[in-house]
Design a binder for this molecule. Structure first.
Ligand SMILES: *Cc1c(COP(=O)(O)O)cnc(C)c1O
Length: 369
């Protein structure tokens, strides 16, 4: 008897059909493969400046106390978030990365007979959490690589329970206009929950930023998710949060594991939140790097999708995989996005000035220009 097949058959249908998430290639793996020591990783939208010095100090402070369970209520971090965003502590749900919020909302509201709407080219975790609970994914064709809100609204049925919107979206970087997004959320029927994924919120310019928190009092079905993984540079510690009505937060908190955030992560996130200097430096580095990369693309005759995030999708007008492989051989890791139905694109995370230059030199060499 083939026992592995038998075990596979025991898994729930949604899990059997899941395509596992493929993360960016780890630096250490490429170092091992190539025997290189200077690797440039611009593949996972991480913060090129590392972590805030205040967060680092907080980790050192807490590291002697790790025999104790963490504070399962996240008291200090939640109070710091509540103060910063002028919201109530009861509106916050902490997650092990904001990815956990996406999973919590799926487990809280979905059953196999229900439908979930998201856009073509939207973040890969939406289909994952949808399928894992056996719900049906309704993928709405994109409009100029962004969300087609009218088409998404037209796809709502009595069985729709969740809509995922990433703003800005990953991997396209597209941004929705505030008035259009609010009108969409307000037009959703009461049986539909809207998850507004703002993982790249901090990178959006002041003019582009949605005042989404101010929508919450009139939108009890809205869950806004944000993260410490990107602008705050704590991807390795896994801290994200949801902001919603207290009713929504209460439900999500019932499903959440009691100690889902570890002590180091809680302390680091609280400290990072207070480090405005580091956040500003991160945003400026991103703006300067985005300008440099897009100007270089222009000179190379390449087009790209204008991005509001800390990454940019560039169109190579040819199958991108060989270019990705050739860049890897030169020690540069970027992200192929064929799994997002964008086979001619590569997604480049904005790095430091030096990393951006090394990437562009490698790209020029690989493209023979
Ligand atoms: C990176 C990212 C996240 C955040 O992931 P974490 O679990 O918080 O590290 C969420 N949504 C999108 C669209 C992302 O790109």
């Amino acid at each position: 008897m083939n026992t592995s097949t038998a075990l596979f058959d025991l898994a729930v249908a949604g899990v059997r059909q899941l395509v596992p998430y493929v993360p960016g290639k780890p630096v250490e793996e490429l170092e091992r493969e190539l025997g290189l020591s200077k690797i440039v990783k611009l593949a996972s939208n991480e913060n090129p400046l590392g972590i805030s010095p205040k967060a680092k100090a907080a980790i050192e402070r807490v590291s002697s106390d790790l025999a104790l369970y963490p504070d399962g209520s996240g008291f200090h971090l939640k109070h710091a978030l509540a103060k910063k965003y002028q919201i109530a502590v009861e509106q916050i749900t902490l997650g092990n990365g904001s990815n956990e919020l996406l999973e919590l909302v799926a487990r809280t509201f979905l059953t196999p007979d229900l439908e979930v709407i998201f856009s073509e080219h939207a973040f890969a975790v939406y289909p994952l959490v949808t399928q894992a609970v056996g719900a049906r994914a309704i993928v709405v064709p994109a409009l100029n690589y962004g969300h087609d809100l009218d088409a998404m609204l037209a796809s709502v049925t009595p069985n729709t329970r969740l809509v995922f919107i990433a703003n800005p979206n990953n991997p396209t970087g597209t941004l929705l206009a505030q008035d259009k997004l609010l009108a969409f959320i307000q037009a959703l029927p009461r049986h539909v929950i809207c998850v507004l994924d703002e993982a790249y919120f901090e990178f959006v310019s002041a003019e582009g930023q949605c005042d989404s928190l101010s929508w919450l009092p009139s939108c009890p079905n809205l869950l806004i998710t944000r993260t410490f993984s990107k602008a705050y540079g704590l991807a390795g510690l896994r801290v994200g949060y949801g902001i919603s009505s207290p009713e929504m937060a209460d439900l999500l908190n019932r499903v959440r594991q009691p100690f889902n955030n570890n002590s180091l992560a809680l302390a680091a996130a609280e400290a990072a939140l207070s480090d405005d200097e580091f956040l500003q430096r991160t945003i400026t580095t991103n703006q300067v790097g985005m300008r440099y990369l897009t100007e270089a693309f222009q000179q190379l005759g390449l087009s790209w999708i204008p991005s509001a995030g800390n990454f940019v999708a560039v169109d190579l007008k040819q199958t991108a995989m060989p270019i990705y492989q050739a860049l890897l051989a030169r020690g540069v890791i970027v992200r192929p996005v064929a799994n997002y139905a964008m086979p001619t694109f590569l997604r480049i995370s904005i790095g430091t000035a030096e990393e951006n230059q090394l990437f562009i030199s490698a790209l020029q060499a690989v493209l023979n220009v």
